[in-house]
Write a protein that binds this ligand. Structure first.
Ligand code: ACO
Length: 442
């Protein structure tokens, strides 16, 4: 197994599961317990050179080898290309389930019965409206405001509309926050899109599915009823399932870290949106499109791949910190591309470039030796572009479904008896005991 490929650990414990550590500074030997394939960082604090010593700390920038919580929501094995929610493989969920059912599964820990699903769907459908004053919040943004900036600020603003959500231990409030967030994210995203175009907002249509209603709020014009193309509706629903949760990534960890202060869930989720806003997290599919545009035609692919090997370029949409195999989400997305292009009647020369680029890279030892395979972003941008989603709203398309993961992780966290406010340590590298220099002497 490569160093970073398994993101979750689920080791089983035997009585001999201990680690013997000899501190060569003192010659002392310590026995540290191994539980679930981990050692406790605090067990190292007893290792001191003398009584006044603070004790050993662990150093892990980027938390590349530190588990921050126990979670039973999502399991990833990057070597084998496995992604499971509550144990169910992502392939089965995309094939058999719907986004709202997956959101229920993440949040409640089990698949819903027929009654439970219909109540959950009813609740989400009937919480899609936003307070009319929220529209004034939206109206305050510049016409060219970035949609992720609007989304981040709007979700933070929701906390002021629902002050009762501060009762974070109240299970009814936890549930309501989940329902409200999952219900209102598409409304906020669609209103932000129409605000930019100067178009009137389209209110939610309760007769439509979650994905269908979102398409209606984006694209409905003068027609009395928006006709949803079932191919687009299905593809969007699958994209939502694929982005619902991915365990302790940057944005989810931001939700947990912020939420550990016991702030309300809307504020914690707004922190997650900020994490996702960054180009290293939610923005790679935009860079894939830019890369395909730069390549332009199939003739340029060999030259481009050579430049990647010469390290002058990166093959964006390939490689993943956790997956060292085909990202299972990329494989699933690929199946819906033809349907989306057929439904939109679009011809994209960039799609042909992407397919050929993938084929050649997968045939090339440079990429296979480094375990570089397509990730979820390789094709998602092309699909969103075909659906007429503006490029800078691609990250919003990621945030809408990820809210179900964020709020499920938040709920799990606030119910965890081991919850502590997150407060990492540092290695201090600055000056000590320096005297204050008066201004005239500097
Ligand atoms: N193109 C070319 N070479 C690559 C790429 C790539 N996309 N990704 C990794 N490599 C090479 C590295 O140069 C390195 O080669 P070397 O061993 O000869 O030096 C080797 O593969 C290992 O790469 P690392 O940087 O160690 O891989 P890491 O796990 O740190 O990086 C990352 C993962 C950041 C995703 C990287 O693969 C990358 O930049 N990919 C392109 C951006 C992208 O698609 N991001 C989206 C990820 S999916 C998501 O976030 C939802």
């Amino acid at each position: 197994m490569t160093e970073d490929s398994r993101s979750s650990t689920n080791g089983t414990k035997t009585s001999s599961d201990t680690l013997t550590v000899t501190d060569n500074r003192t010659g002392e030997t310590y026995e540290v317990e191994i539980t679930d394939g981990t050692v406790k960082a605090m067990d190292f604090r007893q290792m001191k050179v003398n009584e006044d010593d603070f004790g050993l700390m662990t150093y892990d920038p980027g938390f590349t080898n530190t588990a921050n919580c126990r979670s039973s929501i999502t399991y990833i094995d990057g070597d084998a290309g496995i992604l499971e929610h509550r144990g169910i493989p992502i392939e089965q969920l995309c094939e058999e389930s719907s986004y709202l059912e997956v959101a229920y599964l993440l949040n409640h820990g089990h698949l819903p019965s027929e009654d439970e699903l219909s109540t959950w769907t009813y609740e989400i459908t009937h919480h899609t409206y936003i307070h009319e004053h929220m529209k004034r919040v939206l109206d305050g943004f510049q016409h060219d405001a970035h949609p992720m900036g609007i989304m981040q600020a709007s979700v933070a603003a929701l906390s002021t509309f629902y002050p009762e959500s501060k009762n974070i231990d109240d299970e009814e409030q936890q549930h309501l926050a989940a329902v409200r967030l999952i219900a209102k994210m598409p409304t906020i995203a669609a209103f932000a899109y129409r605000h930019r175009l100067g178009l009137p907002y389209v209110y939610p249509d309760n007769d439509l599915s979650y994905a269908g209603n979102f398409l209606s709020m984006l694209f409905k014009m003068a027609e009395p009823k928006y006709e949803v193309d079932p191919r687009l509706e299905k593809a969007l629903d699958v994209l939502f399932i694929l982005h619902a949760d991915h365990e302790q990534n940057c944005s989810t960890s931001s939700v947990r870290m912020t939420g550990s202060s016991r702030v309300d869930p809307f504020s914690a989720v707004a922190a997650g949106i900020s994490g996702l806003y960054g180009p290293l997290h939610g923005g790679a599919n935009v860079d894939v499109l830019k890369m395909l545009e730069r390549i332009g035609t199939m003739d340029n692919i060999p030259d481009f791949l050579q430049r990647v090997k010469d390290r002058e370029e990166k093959l964006i949409g390939f490689g993943h910190r956790v997956y060292k195999n085909y990202d299972p989400r990329a494989r699933i997305i690929r199946k819906y591309i033809d349907d989306v292009f057929e439904a939109t009647g679009k011809q994209s020369p960039l799609l042909d470039v992407a397919i050929e680029l993938e084929k050649r890279a997968l045939d090339d030892e440079y990429f296979t030796d480094r375990k570089l395979y397509p990730n979820v972003d390789f094709y998602s941008g092309l699909i969103y572009e075909a659906m007429r989603i503006p490029t800078d709203a691609f990250t919003v398309m990621f945030a809408i479904p990820r809210v179900s993961g964020w709020i499920s992780q938040w709920t799990e966290m606030v119910r965890d008896p081991e919850l502590k406010i997150a407060r990492p340590r540092q290695i201090y590298t600055g000056a000590r005991e320096a005297d204050y220099t008066p201004m005239q002497n500097r």
